[in-house]
Design a protein around this ligand. Sequence first.
Ligand code: C2E
Ligand code: CA
Ligand code: CA
Length: 957
Amino acid sequence: MHIFRTVSLRFRLFFTYAAVSLVVFSLSFALLFFKVREDLTHRIRTELNTSNQTITDMVETTAMVSIKNHLRAIAEKNREILAYLYQEFLQGKISESEAKTRAIRVLLSQSVGDTGYIYCIDSRGTAVVHPQDGVRGRSFAHRRFIQAQIKNREGYLEYDWKNPGDTQTKPKALYMTYFQPWDWIISVSSYKEEFSKLISIDDFKDRILGLTFGKTGYSFIFDIHGNIIIHPEVSGNVIDIRDAKGVPIIREMVRQRKGFLTYFWKNPSETEPREKFVAFDFIPDYGWIIASSSYTKEVFSPLPEIQRLFFFILLLALLITGGVTLAVSGSITRPLTSLILRLEKAADGDWSMRLRQTREDEIGKLSATFNTFMDKIGAYQKELVTEIQVRQDAENQLKLFEKVFENANEGICITDRDGRIEAVNRAFTTITQYPAGEVIGENPRILKSDRHNPAFYQSMWTSLVENGYWSGEIWNRKKSGEAYPELLSISAIQDKSGLANNYVAVFHDISEMKTKEEQIKHLAYHDPLTGLPNRSLFKDRLNQAISDADRTGEMIQVLFVDLDNFKNVNDSVGHARGDELLREAAKRMLSVTRPGDTVSRLGGDEFTIMIPHIQKTRDVATMVKRLQSVFREPFTLGSHVFHITVSIGISIFPLDGEDVDSLIKHADLAMYQSKTRGKNQFRLFKSRMARQVEERVKMEADLRAALDNEEFQVYFQPQMDPGIMMPAGMEALVRWVKPDGRVVPPNEFIPLAESSGLIIPIGEQVFQAAIHQGLMLRQATGMDLSVSVNVSAKQFEDRGFGKMVADLLSRENFPGNRLEIEITESLLIKNSRAAMKRLETLSELGVLTAIDDFGTGYSSLAYIKRLPITTLKIDKSFIDDLSRDKETRVLVETIVIMAQKLNLGIVAEGVETREQLSILSQFGSVEIQGYLFAPPMTADRTREWILNREYRLETTA
Ligand code: C2E
Ligand code: CA
Ligand code: CA
C-alpha cells in the first residue's frame, strides 16, 4: 500500500482499473466457465442418459417385439395343434374328450423359458388348462388381466402375477390366441426376467454400436455378472476390469446400477491414461447395464476454445481498459502534472506561469483558479518585493542613522511630544555625564541651568511650535552640577498631520570653544596688568548699557579716574612697584563696585568706571565718596608707603552725551577740570542739555513773572479781502516783550507754556487783549473787522475755555460772529468727540472756527463737513510752493474749490509775493494774510496801517 502511494496518480488509476477489470473478468469467466462446464456436463449426462434411455427403450422394444413374436409363435403353433386335434375329432378319428386330453397334455408339456408356461381360460374366465392342478376349473374372472383376456381374446398383454407360494408379484407377459371350437383362450405366459434369453441381440446391436458421443464415445451393454452383451471391441466377462487407478469400474457400475462415473482409462496403444466418464443405467427386466462412455476431454472440447476466447477477450479488455484508463487518467493527471510543473517553476521564482484555459470542467476551473491565484501571488510578490526593498532601505538607513546617532560627536537627545526623553547617544552621556538609563523617561529640564530667564525658554518654545526648529547657544547643567555652554538645535519631527511627534535635540559642548573664545576675548578686551576690561571692552559695555538705558529711561554714570602723583611712584620705586600699585588700585576700585558696574583701565594711571541703572542725578556722589574712602588707605609697596589720591571726572548719559565717545570725552574733560582745581577732587561735566534744562527752568520762572508783569502783548496781522482789496479781519499773534524791550516770538515760549500749563493764563490774557483791542480797532476804523485768536490744544481742552470765551464776549460786548478761533487738525482728530462738543458750544455763541495750517495734517475734508468749521487756513508751505510747483497749484485749487462747495471761508497764509497773490486770485475768493500786505503789528500800528490805507499795493512794484 505504501508503494502504491508513491506511484503516480496516473499509474495508480491504471493499476486499479486493470486489477479491477482483471478480477471482474476472471470472476465472470470463471463463472461462465463453470457454467459452461456444468452445462456441458449436464448436457453430456443428459445425452448419455438419453442415449441409455434410448438403448433401454430400444432393448425393451426389441425385447418386447421379440418376446411377443416368440410368445405368439408358441401360441399360434399351439392353436394349430388344437386345430389339428379338433380335425381328428371332426374326422372322427378320436373322440372330442380324447382330443381335449391330448391337447391339454401337449399344452402343459411345453415350457416357455425357464418358468413360463401355457394356460387356457374360457371366455368366462375359468381356467381350463393350467400346469397347477389347483388352478384348473377355478374362475379368475375377477382378475383385471383376465378380464382384458376375455375382452381381447387375441394379442399381447403384460401384467403382474403372483404365483401361489410366491411372496411378490413379478412382471409377466403373455400372448393369447383364441381357439374358438372349444372356447379356449390359449395364453403363453412368461416372467419378463427370463426374456433376455428370448431377446435377439442382433436386432439392435448395430444400432447401439452406431451411437457415438464426441469423437470416440460409445455405448455398451453388459449384464450384472459382467458379461459383455454388446461392446464395440470387448467381449467376454469384464467384471474384474479396473481403470488406471485400480478402480473396478464394472463392479462399481453393477453396484450402483444407475449413475455416473469418472475414471481413467488407458488404451493399450496409449502411454497416458485419460479421463473418461460413463453414464450407466440398469434394465432390471433383463438384468442388463447399459453404459455410454466418452473421454472427458472430448466432451469438454469447446472449453479450451472458450478459454482461448476468454483470454483473448481479457487481453483485449485489458488493453482497452488500460488504454482508456491511461487516457482518462492522463486527461486528469496531465493538467495536474502541468500544474505541478508550473508550481515548481513558480516555487523557483517564475511567477509568470499560467495555465491554458481550454476546458470548463473542474480542470478548467482549477486552471482559472490557478491563474487567478498566480496573478494574486504575482501581485503580492511584487508588493512584497517592493515592500522588502523599502524596508531594507529603511533598515539600512536606520542602521546608518543608528551608527550616526551612536557615534556622533554631538550629543543627541530624542524626546516624545510631551518632552519625555526616549533616547540619548553616547556623546550625550559623555557631555552631560548622565548615563542613558538615568535620563530616559525624564524631561530634558533636568539639564536646565539657571543662566536663562523664563522668557528665553518661552521664545525657544515659540520658535519650536511655529517653525518646528530652534537653534542657539544655551547653558545647561551637567550631572555634577557644573554648567556648560552648548550649541543646541532642536527640531520637531512632525507626522503627516503636522503634529510634532518627537523632538530631536542635537548639541555640541562648546565650553572649550567658549573658554578659548573667552581667553581670546579676554586678551583682546582686558588689560594684561590688572586684568580689568580695556578701553574697547569698556566701550562695548557702555554701548550696551546705553541701548538698555534708552529703553528703560535710566541714566548711566561714567567716571574718569586718574591717580594723583602716580608719576612719583614710578620714578622713586620703579615700574614694577608702579605696576603693583596699579593692580592694587584696580582691586580697590573693584571692591567698591557692584555687579553690573565696569571698572576698566584705559592705560597708564587712567581708569574708567561705568555705573548703569542710575535713576537720579544726585546718586552721582555716592560712588565718588566710596572711591575716595578706599584710596584714603595708604599703599605699601615693599618698604615704601604711598598716599595716593584720585581725581575724578563724571559724565552722565544722556545729559552729557548720548554716545560712548562723547561720554568718555566729557568725563575726561571733567577730570581735567577737577585736576586743575587741585588733587583729590571730583567734577561733573556741564552738558548742553543740562544747560537747556537749566534754561527751561529759568524760562518757566521768567514766564510766570512775565505773566504777573503782563509782559505779553498781542500783535495783529491783517487778513485782506482780495475782491475789494480791503482788510476783512486780523489774526492776533502773541508777543513776549521783555522789560529790556526785546520781543520774543511765540515759537520760543509757546511750547514751554504748553508743557508747563502756563498757556492757560497766557491764553486768557491773549484773548482779553485781542478782544479788547480788536473792539477798539473796529471802532477806530469803523470796519466790521473780525479777530482771529490762536488756540492751542491744551487751551481748547481746558474745561473753563468755553465759559472764558463766553464771559469775555459778553463783558466786552464783542459780537460773537466776529471772533474766530484758530485750531489745528490734529486737535480735532485727537479728541474729536470732546472737540466737537466744545465747538458746538462755541458755534452757539456765533464764534467762527478756522482750521490753522490746513494741509499739513490729515487734510481730510470728510470730518470738516461734520464739524462746525467755517474757515480753512491754507498753510504757508503750500503758498511758498505755488509759483514753483504745478502739483501744489492743482492741490491748492482743489482745496479752494472744495471749500467753496462746502461754503467755507479760505485764508492763504504767508503770502509774500504778487505772483502768489495773482495765482490765488485766479482760484476764487481767497483772503490773503502775509508779509505782502503786512507783518504782525501792534494794535496802534495796525490802526495806523488801516487808517492810512497802507494796504494798498503799489501796482508798479
Ligand atoms: P500761525 O498761527 O501760523 O501764525 C502765523 C505766523 O506766520 C506768524 O508768526 C506770522 O508772523 C507769520 N507770518 C505771517 N505772514 C508771513 C509771511 O508773509 N512770511 C513769513 N515768513 N511769516 C509770516 P508768529 O507771530 O511768530 O507766530 C508763530 C506761531 O505762534 C503762530 O503760527 C501760532 O501758531 C503761535 N501763536 C502766536 N500767537 C499765539 C497766541 O496768542 N496763542 C497761541 N496759542 N499761539 C500763538
Ligand atoms: Ca494762526
Ligand atoms: Ca498758521
